[in-house]
Ligand binder design. Structure first.
Ligand code: NGO
Length: 523
């Protein structure tokens, strides 16, 4: 690889020895694993003279309140190494093994960051929170050979290369959205996606639980929503839904990986599945048939009926009780058959219901026209660089979540020959997904007003786990990088090699991906 000014700049920004920055280099000087971590850390200094060998005698020392993180790491490494890797309460100053400590981290690491030190004697990850340790463990995974992620025992050696990392996120919220309404995905598929996003330090899973084609969450006070409204999907397949126990299982699984679930019930549009399930929710009292097509914007809850708000109170109450997150997403997009005055009247009745159950609203940015509370988070999904309502909200102190459709929508095709996906927001090759700056993207919206970034995956055309993965990889890690890594590390030339270095791990994990020709793929 040619050493461009950009790569030198990146190396300088990362505090790296430029001599180790050889890119595709040569067998003689393999690229340090510290240069391949995605998302790029705030700073990383490899020490090529040291390495910690994980052996049959290695212990994992854990601060007892972070036992779950120790179990997670041990669970991965026991499968591939075959070593016992016992979890042991951490002494004040461990002298060997892998230590996960909630003491001694610098204040810069904040609530989500960590520092990692690997020497010949030991590996120590320090953070101020359990989430910080989880982030450090994801980095440690990426420092190990890809085969450390194998589900079956492999032969070593298992060297953690020596070095130091100081790391924390640029934005607090890094999200992935999965549309389980257009096509239903079973619990196991959702858990697999959680594992995949957690590897890239994504900390929010936004689940799009209800749309015209399906209602996917059991609501005990309105049972037909799930049993009837969930009984089909795009194309007419059998659909499905999560019982409340299933949903709680997903929430707990996500939590154990540092991922918060934010559930979405889209309203007042995108509600045909609910309208089909209960005739009384329709202004004319007649239930429409279930819908299995892909049109948008044709349905609306009945704004003028009291039962609409009884229904929403019940749904929000039940969902709030199942959801530890302080946010519920209430959609609000494409209410094309709802007049503006009706839309505003509707939202003004819904915001207090959320408040009553202790939740803040997240919503597609369309809902700004109904003047939500300042604490509500609009998710910008437009395809332009300016939106007057979003700018005004940011100026009032509202935090904005960025999911510009022409950059972050994982359901857009990569190019005209991509077999899956749509193209209404354009084609999104990896470079297009990478080359924008969330901190200065929207006119009049400064970096300080950005809550974070999210990569939505809509499922009109996606049926299987392999479909999900093909659209998410490699763009999901790309958007994760924009959400986590400092702007100073943003460099396409460096990124296309760093991202390409992930491929061996995806192969070990069985992750299907689009082998973009823009990326320098490692063998
Ligand atoms: C739009 C629309 C969704 C579609 C998606 C497909 C939003 C917020 N509403 O995004 O209903 O599924 O595009 O790309």
């Amino acid at each position: 690889m040619r050493r461009t000014a950009g790569t030198l700049l990146l190396a300088a920004a990362l505090g790296l020895a430029v001599t180790t920055f050889g890119g595709s280099a040569t067998a003689a000087t393999p690229r340090s694993a510290y240069l391949n971590v995605v998302p790029a850390p705030v700073s990383a200094q490899p020490n090529a003279a040291a390495a910690y060998p994980i052996t049959a005698n290695t212990r994992i020392y854990v601060d007892p309140s972070a036992n779950q993180v120790g179990d997670y790491l041990a669970g991965i490494l026991r499968r591939s190494t075959g070593f016992p890797l016992p979890i042991t309460p951490a002494p004040a100053t461990p002298t060997d093994g892998i230590a996960l400590l909630l003491t001694g981290a610098g204040t810069q690491v904040g609530a989500q960051g960590y520092q990692l030190d690997a020497s010949t004697a030991k590996v120590v990850i320090r953070a101020q929170t359990v989430d910080g340790l989880r982030a450090g463990v994801q980095t440690l995974r990426q420092l190990l050979p890809a085969k450390a992620d194998s589900p079956t025992v492999q032969s070593g050696p298992w060297a953690v290369p020596g070095g130091h990392v100081l790391d924390y996120p640029r934005f607090a919220q890094r999200g992935a959205m999965l549309d389980v309404a257009r096509h239903f995905f079973p619990v196991g598929t959702v858990k697999r996606y959680i594992d995949e996003i957690a590897l890239y330090k994504v900390n929010v899973l936004h689940l799009h639980l209800a749309d015209d084609q399906g209602w996917r969450i059991e609501i005990k006070s309105w049972p037909k929503l799930a049993t009837y409204g969930g009984s089909t999907e795009v194309g007419g397949g059998p659909g499905g839904y999560y019982t409340q126990a299933d949903y709680q299982g997903i929430v707990a699984y996500a939590q154990s990986r540092g991922v918060t679930v934010i559930p979405e019930i889209d309203m007042p549009g995108h509600t045909n599945a609910a309208l089909a399930s209960y005739a009384e929710l329709n202004c004319n009292g007649v239930a429409p048939p279930l819908y299995t097509g892909t049109d948008v914007g044709f349905s609306s809850l009945c704004i003028s009926k009291d039962v609409t708000y009884t229904f929403l109170d019940d749904v929000i109450r039940e969902l709030s009780a199942l959801t530890p997150s302080p946010y519920l997403h209430i959609g609000g997009d494409e209410a094309k058959v709802t007049s503006d005055p009706d839309y505003i009247a509707f939202e003004q009745k819904v915001f207090p219901i959320l408040q009553k159950y202790g939740k803040h609203a997240e919503g597609w940015h369309d809902f700004l026209k109904a003047n939500p509370p300042t604490s509500a988070v609009p998710e910008f999904w437009g395809t332009t660089n300016s939106d007057a309502n979003v700018t005004a909200a940011a100026q009032r102190g509202t935090k904005i979540l960025l999911a510009p459709a022409n950059k972050t929508y994982l359901d857009m095709k990569y190019n005209s020959s991509t077999p899956l996906g749509q193209n209404w927001a354009g084609y999104i090759e990896v470079k297009t997904a990478f080359n924008w700056n969330p901190g200065s993207y929207l006119q009049g919206v400064p970096e300080s007003a950005i809550a974070g970034v999210e990569a939505p995956l809509w499922s009109e055309t996606l049926v299987t786990t392999r479909d999900i993965e093909y659209m998410a990889f490699p763009r999901l890690p790309t958007i994760a990088e924009l959400g986590w890594s400092p702007a100073a590390t943003h460099n396409w030339t460096a990124f296309r090699a760093r991202l390409g270095a992930q491929a061996p791990r995806w192969k070990v994990l069985g992750i299907n991906y689009y082998p973009s020709s823009q990326i320098v793929w490692a063998k």
